[in-house]
Each structure stands twice: as C-alpha cells, then as structure tokens.
Design a protein around this ligand. Structure first.
Ligand code: ZN
Length: 205
C-alpha cells in the first residue's frame, strides 16, 4: 500500500491498541504509529514519477516535529521521559535502529523490512530510547504487514527463516483498495483521538 495509507491505518491501530490515558500518550501513539508506518518501506526510493516514499517521510517528520514542539510548549512530559533515560540505553537503541534501518534500506523490496524480525528489532530500538514508543511502532509494523498482505506482492512474514511470502491478491497497492483503506484509517484515527480526549476529560472532571 501507499505511505499515506500506512500512516493513517497505523495511527488508528496504535491508538486502538495503546488506549492512551493522557495527552502525552495520544501524541506518542500518533507519532509511533506514523513512524512505524514508513519504516517498513525504508527500502522504497522516491522517483520523479512516484514521490510516495518522500511524501510519507515528510509527513512523519512533520508529525514527529509537531509532537516535540507541542510537548515543549505544553510540558506534557515527553521530553522529560527521553531526558530521564540512561544515556547507555539511548546509545544502544540508536545503534539497533541505525543498523536495522541501514540493512533494511539496502535490502530488496518486501524482504527483510516486511518481516516480523525487522518489526521486533525496530520496536526494541525505540524501547531503548523511549519505551512508550515501542508498542505503537510494533502495532503499526503488524498493521503494515497485514494490509500489504491484502495486495498482490507476497509478504515474507517469517523472513529469513522462510523467504517466500503470502498475499491475498485482493487489491493493488496504489488503486481503489488503497484509497479506501487510507480514508477509513483517517476517519478511525480522528474518531479515536476524539474518543480518548472525551475519556481523559471525563476522568479529570
Ligand atoms: Zn510495505
């Protein structure tokens, strides 16, 4: 599927799974879902004919920057979570993420980056840096593989143990099914954010 679809579906899946109980949790779930949405396609290169990969990366950088800015102004605690981590964990997480992403970037499309192993390694990397990000990233990785499995190119979930993948051949990655999922993901994300805000406000009152 296209990157915007992975981002909207990933955010909805992260919000539904993490069920954040405060505003910082909402921001982290949205950001984790968005980051996970594009990391599985890190091997995809932007071309003049198709800028989907670049567009997705710009959206995610924007969401991450917005989260850090909002937290910086409203002091929700996310910066404190990061700063209170032991430097050793942050270095370990950064190394795991860098090595995993470099190998993923150099791999063939839909091989290592579309496996459970890759998703777990990415989640472990984020867990070392900011544990609250690990679950949204993991959930989005699973949602990424799941919706890619709906289209016509096999997804090797068990790579490298099993290099052949599975797919249900229900839709093309860039046609109607993709757009339906993208809009459903966006609507679900907005509804889930609204629902979490209502719950948070009702518990404050
Ligand atoms: Zn993909």
């Amino acid at each position: 599927m296209m990157s915007k679809t992975h981002i909207t579906v990933g955010i909805a899946a992260a919000l539904a799974s993490c069920r954040p109980s405060d505003y910082a949790g909402i921001l982290v779930s949205v950001t984790g879902g968005a980051i996970g949405g594009i990391l599985c396609d890190i091997e995809c290169k932007s071309t003049p004919q198709c800028r989907d990969a670049l567009t997705g990366r710009i959206i995610v950088v924007g969401i991450t920057g917005a989260m850090l800015l909002v937290d910086g102004f409203l002091k929700m605690g996310i910066w404190n979570w990061i700063m209170s981590r032991e430097v050793m964990y942050i270095i370990m997480g950064t190394i795991v993420l860098l090595v995993t992403c470099i190998i993923g970037r150099r791999s063939e499309h839909r091989t290592f980056t579309h496996s459970l192993l890759y998703i777990v390694l990415i989640a472990v990397g984020f867990f070392c840096i900011l544990p609250e990000l690990a679950l949204p990233v993991l959930v989005e990785g699973l949602s990424h593989l799941t919706i890619d499995t709906l289209n016509k190119k096999p997804v090797p979930w068990l790579y490298p143990l099993r290099k052949t993948g599975i797919c249900f051949r229900l839709c093309y990655a860039s046609k109607t099914g993709n757009y339906i999922l993208m809009w459903l993901g966006l609507i679900a994300s907005i509804m889930l954010i609204g629902w979490r805000i209502i719950i948070i406000n009702s518990t404050i009152l």
